[in-house]
Design a protein around this ligand. Structure first.
Ligand code: ARG
Ligand code: ZN
Length: 421
């Protein structure tokens, strides 16, 4: 019987492979060599049932830059055929994404939070809410929950305020948000890692003590809870939030295109079905509005803004919404450079750094540019691991290294900022 099945499969595969659906969803790495190939690639990524991993939108595709394209099993043969016919070079980056997704979602809800291994796994939204609750109860003198608003689907947006136990003088503050983009799971993992590291190593590691004694740290572990939930239950590749606006055909706005920084100009999309859809107007999304309101009300003490994304290993700073240079460009560049150096020194990993627009692409409406223009002079977006080996499907075994190196960058920059007079 088994033999017959195999025989049948192979005959079908050999005779007419168009009718055989491959079993696995894959991620292809594709590099266009000419403008013509760029156009074909843009079409493939928008016309077929695929999801662009890198870059974030078809318009960003350029010649000689690697494109990472998620292709579901159902369109794999068509897409590969088309690439072959056009002689566009490509290779399979991930040949079975389902397997990797299973690794990322395996044994999530076992065991108490105290064991370190909790932080070396990914957690569904409900578990993160439980974690927030437990952490605030376990460390009441250091961790305080603040409700800053709710998502489109009315889920709470919890910020954890971390503070050292010394020094009552008026303090500066810094902000970290994770999970603006739903599918970037290492980002959410980082916020959890960071909070636990802070409470564990306050009074143990001098840098951490100094940072927490001189700045309050506001951490938003899940900025896009509806999207994150959706990646666990419906579509692992989802990026945007889950808002539905009257008149829009598709669901979801890119929260990192919804801020008031050259909003909805080139580098974002007016079309609701696109992954870089900018929304109806700046802060049309409750998630973006809640963050903007909170930062506005803390703008006098807020010195540092950090937004955690993945993937591509980059430390970016304003501007992304234009090619203009930030007033303190050199200072931002020095900070990013030192952070990248430390990552290289301690973790032997390469991070690129620079102004967003010049380092990756023009991307208006981002939270970092908006926060910078609000007056938060030190503003960064981190793109964590990896470079595309696993992309968004970074296996749990790699969480600890990814978080530790990002932590090095955060500490480097936070320390510099906290020492400014
Ligand atoms: N990958 C991120 C995005 O496309 C980069 C963010 C950089 N900052 C920005 N304001 N666009 O959203
Ligand atoms: Zn992102």
């Amino acid at each position: 019987m088994r033999f017959l099945l195999i025989l049948c499969f192979w005959t079908c595969f050999l005779i007419e492979n168009h009718k055989c659906t491959p079993e696995h969803d894959q991620v292809l790495s594709i590099t266009a060599k000419t403008e013509e190939e760029v156009n074909i690639l843009r079409n493939v990524s928008s016309e077929y049932e695929t999801v662009l991993w890198q870059p974030a939108a078809p318009s960003y595709i350029t010649a000689n830059k690697e494109v990472h394209l998620f292709v579901p099993a159902s369109s794999l043969v068509t897409v590969k055929d088309l690439l072959n016919k056009q002689h566009i070079s490509h290779q399979v980056l991930l040949q079975n994404t389902q397997e990797l997704i299973e690794k990322q979602t395996a044994n999530v809800s076992s065991d108490p939070r105290s064991s370190m291994s909790y932080y070396e796994r990914y957690h569904p939204l409900e578990d993160i809410y439980l974690w927030i609750n437990r952490t605030t109860h376990q460390y009441p003198d250091m961790v305080q929950p603040i409700l800053i608003g709710s998502s489109f689907e009315k889920r709470p947006l919890w910020v954890l305020k971390l503070s050292g136990k010394r020094g009552n003088q008026p303090k500066r503050a810094m902000w970290i948000d994770c999970g603006i983009h739903a599918r970037e799971w290492i980002s959410h993992a980082f916020c959890l890692w960071f909070v636990q590291y802070s409470v564990d190593f306050y009074n143990q590691i001098p840098d951490m003590t100094e940072i927490l004694d001189s700045m309050d740290i506001y951490v938003l572990p899940v900025m896009n809870p509806d999207g994150y939930k959706y990646t666990w239950t419906k579509n692992r590749m989802w990026r945007k939030n889950r808002s539905k606006h009257p008149g829009n055909y598709c669901t979801g706005t890119d929260l990192n295109r919804n801020f008031d920084a050259n909003w909805c100009t080139m580098g974002s999309s007016h079309r609701s079905c696109d992954d870089t859809y900018c929304g109806l107007f700046p802060e049309s999304e409750p998630e973006a509005e809640a963050v903007a309101n909170f930062l506005r009300s803390h703008k006098h003490d807020m010195k540092l803004y950090l937004s955690i994304h993945s993937y591509s290993q980059m430390l970016l700073f304003p501007y992304s919404c234009s090619y203009q240079e930030a007033a303190n460009h050199n200072e931002l560049n020095e900070m990013a450079k030192e952070a990248a150096m430390n990552i290289r020194r301690y973790y032997r990993n390469q991070y690129k750094y620079g102004a967003g627009a010049k380092t990756i692409y023009l991307a208006p409406g981002g939270s970092d540019d908006w926060a910078y223009n609000l007056g938060i002079e030190y503003s960064f977006t981190f793109e964590l691991q990896d470079m595309g080996r696993y992309g968004f499907l970074l296996p749990p075994e790699l969480i600890s290294k990814a978080c530790n190196e990002a932590l090095t960058a955060v500490k480097t920059i936070a320390l510099k900022v906290s020492r400014k007079t």
